[in-house]
Design a protein around this ligand. Structure first.
Ligand code: ATP
Length: 456
């Protein structure tokens, strides 16, 4: 597996991720996705939405506002308890999360016993709504997308005539004023989440919790093509923490979050160690009950068949898109030797690859070749993400496309177009990224051959 610096440098060099506000020296915990990053991210989101909404009959989507009535965050417990213990080194004034310090030495200056007593630091970002900046106008940027689902539970259930069990999915930005950010896009202050709240009958939640652990683990494995020893499940229960999967002894005891009766955390083996990429929480009726209480509005579900009224329990798979981007990059980055030269190739699975095909003219000084390559590019664009590149010699162009995970390169050469060429065949070369195999295909058939390969 590559180290973090290799991935960071690839991301910047090839337009996946840039430092936010870079020309001003950046701003900690905020990143900008470049042209390839946004494609990769969109492809990951599409894969999730397909698996969670389109392919199932029991989940529907919403897109709720980021800023909500501040009472939402009072009810959910975030105003009161969404905090981390903050300490500051009295020598160098660096700040740390007390629960992440391994010894009493400051990780920055090395001095011992210089830390202040921990104080709880709330991670909610505050803002004001409207023209007056007083306490009554305070609002929060959402730290999770889930609450936009909870407050719409009955709106969705009734408008879509849903019966429990059913789920509501959402993709969107979340904000947390993390004390320490880092490990590139792993821990940010602005990030994107994909969350699904699955509403079930009380008493059935444990079975559904296991169901969603299995479903989500299978999704990660399949979508990112993750090798078995890079992924595992951490089981966090009130009575203790255990690991299912590699390194079962490497485990620290954790408490489930304030809203959860137990968590399955899916973890990936990053260079900095096993770290959470998705949490599957058994949220009980904690949130709906809290909203019912503070809003004074009933959030009970009425079961037509049994004539029972109850507040459903909730199982929530919640993942971070930015962490998924990182997993996709780590899992697919490979360096290999080809004819004594280093080849970097991103073996991204087909649906995730930002660019599906690159059309390359073999000789950019031959107008007929260039014109045919441009024509082919235009013809392919409506069907798949296509780029045209004539800015270097062919070997270099191939290397660039391999490095960003482009699945196929189509090369137009003399034989393809020059009727006076002795070897004229009206065909182009399709080169496959992983095997580097090349086939000759008549120009008129290129689109269908590629579409077939992409769907295989
Ligand atoms: P951590 O323990 O790493 O702080 P968490 O347990 O607070 O994460 P959850 O509240 O369960 O995270 O959020 C669900 C998912 O959202 C996480 O698994 C992660 O993928 C993503 N996520 C949470 N916080 C961040 C962040 N600061 N930056 C990027 N992604 C995040």
């Amino acid at each position: 597996m590559p180290d973090m610096d290799t991935i960071v440098s690839l991301c910047k060099r090839r337009g996946f991720v840039f430092q936010g506000s870079e020309i001003y020296g950046g701003i900690g915990g905020f990143w900008d996705y470049g042209p390839l990053g946004v494609e990769l991210k969109n492809n990951i989101k599409r894969a999730w939405w397909k698996a969670m909404v389109q392919d199932r009959g029991d989940i529907v989507g919403v897109d709720a506002a980021i800023i909500m009535n501040p009472n939402v965050w009072r009810a959910s417990g975030h105003v009161e308890t969404f905090s981390d213990p903050l300490v500051e080194c009295k020598s160098c004034h660096h700040r740390f999360r007390a629960d992440q310090l391994k010894s009493d030495a400051c990780p920055n200056c090395g001095n011992k016993g210089t830390m202040t007593e921990p104080r709880q630091f709330n991670l909610l970002f505050k803002t004001h709504v409207g023209p007056v900046e007083d306490d009554a106008a305070v609002a929060y940027l959402r730290p999770e997308t889930a609450q936009g689902i909870f407050v719409n539970f009955l709106n969705v259930q009734q408008s879509m005539r849903r019966k429990v069990p059913f789920g509501i999915a959402q993709v969107g930005r979340s904000f947390r004023n993390e004390i320490i950010t880092g490990n590139f896009i792993f821990r940010d202050r602005e990030f994107e989440q994909m969350e699904m709240e699955f509403f079930v009958k009380p008493g059935t939640e444990d079975g559904w919790h296991d169901h969603w652990r299995d479903e989500r683990l299978a999704w990660w494995r399949k979508t990112m093509n993750i090798t078995d020893d890079h992924i595992r499940v951490k089981v966090i229960r009130r009575e203790g923490t255990t690991i299912i999967g590699p390194d079962p002894h490497d485990v620290e005891t954790e408490k489930p979050p304030h809203y959860s009766k137990g968590n399955y955390d899916i973890e990936y083996k990053f260079p900095m160690g096993w770290s959470e990429i998705e949490g599957i929480a058994s949220r009980t009726d904690y949130d709906l009950t809290a909203h019912q209480k503070l809003s004074g509005k009933s959030l009970e579900y009425f079961d037509d068949e049994t004539k029972e009224k109850y507040i459903p329990y909730v199982v929530e798979p919640a993942m971070g898109v930015d962490r998924a981007v990182l997993v996709a990059l780590f899992e697919s980055y490979q360096e290999e030797k080809v004819r004594d030269e280093k080849r970097v190739v991103l073996r991204l699975p087909k649906p995730l690859a930002p660019i599906k095909v690159a059309v390359l003219p073999l000789a950019r000084n031959r107008p007929e070749i260039v014109a045919k390559a441009e024509e082919l590019t235009v013809a392919l664009r409506p069907h798949m993400m296509t780029v045209y590149d004539d800015s270097a010699a062919i070997g270099r162009l191939y290397r660039r496309q391999d490095e960003i995970g482009t699945l196929y390169c189509v090369t137009v050469d003399h034989q393809s177009v020059l009727a006076d060429d002795a070897k004229y065949d009206g065909k182009v070369t399709i080169r496959e990224r992983d095997s580097m195999e090349q086939i000759r295909v008549p120009i008129a058939e290129v689109k269908n051959v590629l579409l077939e390969k992409l769907s295989a």
